[in-house]
Design a protein around this ligand. Structure first.
Ligand code: NAD
Ligand code: 2YG
Ligand code: MG
Length: 264
């Protein structure tokens, strides 16, 4: 898995605020309003402890700080433990934490110590970026367009496509790994997207790959919406400008808020 870098997180606070504004414009829901709607939960003064974890690649500069910003920006009480790892867990619990946020190289989780709920970043990220597209207005003849293109069928893309199917979308899928496409197509009622055999453009595009330039001109319409947790961004500035594409992308906070609502 590609790990975040401090550079990825450099503009995270501005990006979270700007994305929340764009999500509200596109869906009429603020990010926390959308989380409340999809999970049916709300914060109840939980105290969120963020534990820095040194395992594997170790501490990522600005990772814990970005989580704390997210927690506090959405009105919750949070703190970063002074200790790391097991000593950090002891500190979190003895200081009265209700929810733990922590990540190693394989998993980033939220765990609510009061109700036992646990959430995984990849699942919650796929879900929220998909729900943003599901709730985005406009498309075909100004009405709601039920076609969506999902690029990247990994640990984030798969829960996203499940979300689209639950919301009765026609889901077109593509991955560079054709085995993965076949595996997904054998498990879910999706259409394999083939840009050469059957080109098609989309108003709604979801992207979760670790590669740039995955979104080609042929799949774009004027005013398309791209909702993408993928890092780096899969669409060029040139195409964004040419097609007036609205892009929802932010490195950490949107997925984190989705995790918190999943465990409230
Ligand atoms: P993954 O490795 O499980 O899946 C990625 C998939 O993309 C793979 O199936 C791979 O074959 C496919 N792929 C690679 N290049 C492609 C291309 N050019 N076109 C189409 N498909 C391609 O990874 P993941 O855990 O699902 O994460 C996907 C991306 O999302 C990563 O960049 C990750 O860092 C990012 N991510 C972001 C957030 C966030 O909050 N923004 C959260 C979690 C993950
Ligand atoms: O506590 C720390 O600072 C580190 N142990 C955090 C490690 C996080 C590693 N995971 C990633 O970089 C991501 N792929 C998962 C985070 C989701 C947002 N992209
Ligand atoms: Mg995010």
């Amino acid at each position: 898995m590609a790990l975040l870098t401090p550079e990825d997180l450099a503009n995270m606070t501005d990006a979270l605020v700007e994305n929340d504004r764009l999500i509200t414009e596109l869906t009429t829901y603020s990010l926390d309003g959308l989380c409340r709607k999809i999970y049916g939960t709300a914060p109840a003064k939980e105290k969120v402890a963020i534990i820095p974890i040194t395992a594997g690649g170790g501490i990522i500069g600005s990772f814990s700080e970005s989580l704390l910003f997210t927690v506090q920006h959405f009105g919750m009480d949070g703190f970063i433990t002074e200790n790391t790892d097991v000593a950090g867990w002891y500190e979190a619990v003895t200081k009265g934490a209700d929810i733990i946020l922590m990540a190693d190289d394989l998993a980033y989780i939220a765990h609510n110590l009061r109700n036992g709920k646990i959430a995984h970043n990849q699942i919650c990220t796929g879900r929220i970026y998909a729900e943003i597209l599901c709730h985005a207005k406009g498309g075909k003849d100004g009405g709601d367009d039920k076609d969506v293109l999902v690029l990247g069928l990994g640990k984030v893309g798969t829960p996203a496509l499940e979300t689209f199917l639950n919301e009765k979308f026609n889901v077109y899928v593509f991955d560079v790994d054709s085995n993965r496409v076949n595996e997904i197509a054998s498990q879910y009622p999706v259409f394999k997207y083939d840009s050469e055999k059957e080109p098609k453009s989309f108003f709604k595009i979801f992207e979760a790959t670790p590669c740039p330039d995955t979104i080609s001109e042929s799949v774009l319409k004027q005013n398309s919406i791209v909702s993408t947790p993928g890092i780096p961004l899969g669409i060029s500035d040139e195409l964004i400008e040419k097609y007036n594409v609205r892009v929802v992308q932010e490195p950490l906070g949107i997925g984190t808020l989705s995790m918190l609502y999943a465990v409230f």
